[in-house]
Design a protein around this ligand. Sequence first.
Ligand SMILES: NC(=O)c1ccc[n+]([C@@H]2O[C@H](COP(=O)([O-])OP(=O)(O)OC[C@H]3O[C@@H](n4cnc5c(N)ncnc54)[C@H](O)[C@@H]3O)[C@@H](O)[C@H]2O)c1
Length: 404
Amino acid sequence: MESLKVGVIGTGFIGPVHVEAIRRLGHVEVTAIAGVDQASADRAAGELGIPKAYADYRELLEDTEIVAVHNCTPNHLHYKVNRDSILAGKHLLSEKPLALSSSETSELLHLAETRGIVHGVNFNYRQYPLVQHLRSLIRSGELGAVRLIRGNYLQDWLSEDTDYNWRIEPQFGGPLRAAADIGSHWLDLVQHITGQRITEVFADLATVLPVRKRPIDERLTFSQAQGTGGTENGKDNFERVKVETEDYATLLLHFNGGAVGTVTVSQVTPGRKNHLVCEIDCSNSSVYWSQEESEKVWIGHRNRANELLMADPLLLGKDVMDYIHYPGGHNQGWPDALTNMMRQFYREVIQREQKGNRTAESSRSSGEPGQFATFADGHRLQCVLEAVLDSHRTRRWAKVSYLS
Ligand SMILES: NC(=O)c1ccc[n+]([C@@H]2O[C@H](COP(=O)([O-])OP(=O)(O)OC[C@H]3O[C@@H](n4cnc5c(N)ncnc54)[C@H](O)[C@@H]3O)[C@@H](O)[C@H]2O)c1
């Protein structure tokens, strides 16, 4: 089979991560990368061994050999880059968020469906083998009715006032930060596992560092600018800025299947690196899964001993085999989950390309439950985030209005 040729837009942290994950598939070739300018594109192309480097993503979209595009730019560019990519007829895997407002995400969803492209949003935490296993256990009814959905997503990379990044500024990251940047992963994950959708939220947000030291060199804002606000040659190399986005959020949640829940999200918790955990309490048993120890799941029972299940193809169902690629004890982790995301996405792209089928009907079938998050999921998540902001501002429960 001739390999598919694809392009990646964005050369920061996640762009090269996409390149690596795509390459692990074997039959998909990254032939082009676009950066913020020619120098950044050339540098990334050189380091990653990619044949073509474009100074402007629109040049990449004009490249007719490219069938699919990965949007790995900062949040404020997502709507425009996504819209242009769809109009250029490329299959599209967007980083989260899909866009920064539900009217934009709704438009992108309709446009993608009308053009018949395969569309995905990189909610990669769905793609761990034991996450899929939990989903299967709940779907089969083995755990009983889902009652309580609880958890945390905690990080520490913004816990000092010298830590700075574009995500802090609403014009680049959007009006929500912790709740959207990492909270959105948790919200997608638990809805994926339980099959229940969030209907109402009560949000309490806090900015625990109301003033931060922004590097005067703006380029550092668009790099991994941790602890950069110090002094250089005896002079301050930062300016103090007021922070408008939240470092912390606690959300109370109601789900359409009757479950209730809560999640705490923070980017200022020293020692917590990428601490995404969820606990789901069902009528027969409870389960606990932590992203940082993703090869284990705790299953709690009332009338018999609790279990600690280790990921092992011999112990998991057939529907999980597509997500686990090594024998038990040969641990998979974050990059492997991301590769699973690419595998699911490109399976759909190949099917669509082979059939030559670009109808709205074919697009709607993309991302059947259990595969990958689509623009429909990205849109629904944006509707939940808007309810979070509404609740925080009004200090009341806010219903999620799922704009269509
Ligand atoms: N799914 C995940 O687990 C995950 C993890 C990290 C980041 N992300 C998402 O990925 C996106 C990028 O995050 P990041 O951490 O890589 O940020 P980053 O700041 O490290 O990289 C962003 C890159 O985009 C480039 N860029 C800016 N404008 C551009 C343009 N017009 N054309 C091409 N490139 C342009 C910047 O130069 C920079 O290299 C964000 O939306 C973020 O939410 C997702």
